[in-house]
Ligand binder design. Structure first.
Ligand code: ADP
Ligand code: MG
Length: 323
């Protein structure tokens, strides 16, 4: 199979979303996108490397889903609407079963979030996947990291810690080569994250700052705090965690909630006067949101346990997350 046959067979699929904003898709030297008047482009790139971001033998359909989902999550965190994406892929060999699974998962995600594949590049090499996603957001409305204000509530969508516990389970079972069942909630959290596009859009005129939780809440909220020049106090046990974490001991559960990556939930801030609006945005987007703390003056992140005492994880590698 030539490179062009490969693209035609697996990637040049008629998009289930016929989008007036894709003026030209795959097949020319460039794709042509037409953002809505009064909007700015939101652009983000993420690379996934075999052995670093995923296991070589991961289910290819899940990998296809996640490759796009993690990029869409960045659009969600800006309150942007997807327009389209490009895919640069290096493949060690043409493995048709792998390509079929991968492209099925990829297009599953693309269709679900109305984000057509408009171009890319294909080459031979160690397995490497790079997506650039394009979205649009009303000028001046993007949810920027630097926009948190003292007195804001801190909110998080969904639950945290599930992907990190799923990864731990997957690593524990590596020897046997059998992971969790594909529909296990921890496996879904790890391999099929839901980008919070609808919530991000609904929050665009309500929230101040937002970020997606890809590296763990402490680290990602830390980016917001530094960019905004403020501090936050969170009630550690108010952080909503995946159901399976209830089987972990309390310190482990708290640590997974605060440092576990790969959940792709949104952490955002909004004025207390907007609580009803946040609740309506959550309802409209059918996404759970939970208030977990407050933005305060100063710098750094304070985590408080039920007694109001400072909580610090017993053994934490990325301890400077809290600096
Ligand atoms: P060029 O030589 O102009 O870079 P290519 O021959 O690499 O073009 O690609 C031909 C067309 O196929 C282009 O429109 C390109 O965007 C598209 N394409 C290449 N690889 C992929 C891919 N993995 N997914 C989607 N589109 C792709
Ligand atoms: Mg090319």
């Amino acid at each position: 199979m030539t490179e062009f046959e490969l693209i035609a067979r697996y990637f040049d699929r008629p998009s289930a979303v016929s989008d007036a904003q894709t003026r030209l898709g795959i097949g020319d030297d460039c794709a042509l996108l037409a953002p809505t008047a009064g909007h700015v482009l939101a652009v983000s790139t993420d690379m996934l490397v075999a052995g670093r971001h995923f296991f070589d033998d991961v289910d290819p359909a899940s990998l296809g889903w996640k490759t796009l989902a993690v990029n869409l999550s960045d659009l969600a965190a800006m309150g942007a609407r997807p327009l389209g994406f490009t895919l640069a892929v290096a493949l060690p060999a043409i493995d048709e079963r792998w390509l079929e699974g991968f492209s099925d998962g990829l297009f599953d995600c693309a269709t679900t979030f109305a984000c057509p594949l408009v171009g890319g590049d294909t080459t031979r090499g160690p397995l490497n996947l790079c997506v650039t996603v394009f979205g649009e957001v009303v000028e001046g409305r993007a949810l920027r990291r630097g926009a948190a204000q003292v007195g804001d509530d801190v909110w998080v969508s969904g639950t945290l810690g599930g992907a990190a516990l799923g990864l731990r389970r997957a690593l524990e079972r590596r020897d046997g080569r059998h992971g969790l069942p594909i529909d296990d909630p921890l496996q879904v959290a790890l391999e099929r994250p839901t980008p919070r596009i609808a919530l991000g859009l609904a929050l665009a005129s309500i929230a101040h700052a937002a970020i997606d939780v890809s590296d763990g809440l402490a680290q990602d909220l830390g980016h917001v705090l530094r960019a905004s020049g403020c501090a936050a106090r969170l009630a550690i046990d108010d952080i909503p965690v995946a159901g399976a974490l209830m089987d972990c001991d309390v310190d482990d559960r708290r640590r997974l909630a605060v440092t576990g990556g790969d959940d792709y939930e949104l952490c955002f801030t909004a004025a207390p006067s907007r609580r009803d609006d946040v609740a309506r945005a959550a309802d409209a987007s059918m996404t759970r949101v939970t208030r977990i703390g407050t933005i305060t003056a100063g710098d750094g992140l304070t985590l408080l346990d039920a007694e109001g005492a400072d909580w610090r994880p017993a053994a934490l590698t990325g301890f400077d997350h809290f600096a």
